[in-house]
Design a protein around this ligand. Structure first.
Ligand SMILES: Cc1cc2nc3c(=O)[nH]c(=O)nc-3n(C[C@H](O)[C@H](O)[C@H](O)COP(=O)(O)O)c2cc1C
Length: 161
């Protein structure tokens, strides 16, 4: 069973988790870039109201065809207790995902609040059956036990455990 990990990461934390998990499972990484090109200040000034409003960013790539994969994993940083506008856009940009399995994950400073439920609901709106969600606080980014749980969930969906 083939797996893709579609993720947004502005400062590298979500990328770190995505890369760890991809290395352990053989998943294909699909990084998504927010074309807004935030700096440290505009990320907060513009990013927070956009995330809070549930906006969808202009992203690169603009369309994400996942029809060749069986499991779709989506990762987002937490911004203002929500997924980022780029992650919202990434889910909206998916095609060929109807009927596939899905897992969502997020990284945060420790207060993810609505993020995973919002991502799960959006992904389910695309016809994906979401059967796992994982959150990593910044302190947990290198937590081998938590990372292994995530890897095991993917392997189990792949029928490897
Ligand atoms: C604009 C902005 C808003 C954030 N809002 C939250 C938040 O609501 N809750 C939280 O726990 N962390 C929050 N954080 C911290 C990030 O979620 C955390 O650093 C995350 O791991 C960043 O992921 P990245 O490095 O992949 O971009 C925020 C960070 C930024 C830049």
């Amino acid at each position: 069973m083939s797996v893709c990990i579609v993720y947004h990461s502005e400062t590298g934390n979500t990328k770190k988790v995505a890369e760890y998990v991809a290395k352990a499972t053989g998943a294909t990484l699909i990084p998504v870039r927010d074309c807004a090109g935030y700096n440290k200040i505009t990320m907060y000034l513009l990013g927070i109201p956009r995330a809070r409003a549930g906006d969808k960013a202009t992203i690169e790539p603009p369309m994400i065809d996942v029809s060749t994969f069986d499991l779709v994993v989506i990762g987002s940083p937490v911004w203002a207790w929500k997924p980022t506008p780029a992650a919202n856009a990434a889910i909206a940009a998916l095609s060929g995902c109807e009927g596939k399995k899905g897992i969502v994950f997020a990284t945060s400073g420790g207060m993810p609040k609505d993020t995973l439920p919002v991502m799960k609901s959006a992904l389910e709106g695309k016809g994906v059956k979401v059967n796992g969600s994982f959150h990593f606080s910044i302190k947990e980014l290198g937590d081998e036990k938590k990372l292994k749980e995530f890897v095991d969930a993917i392997r189990s969906a792949q029928g490897k455990t």
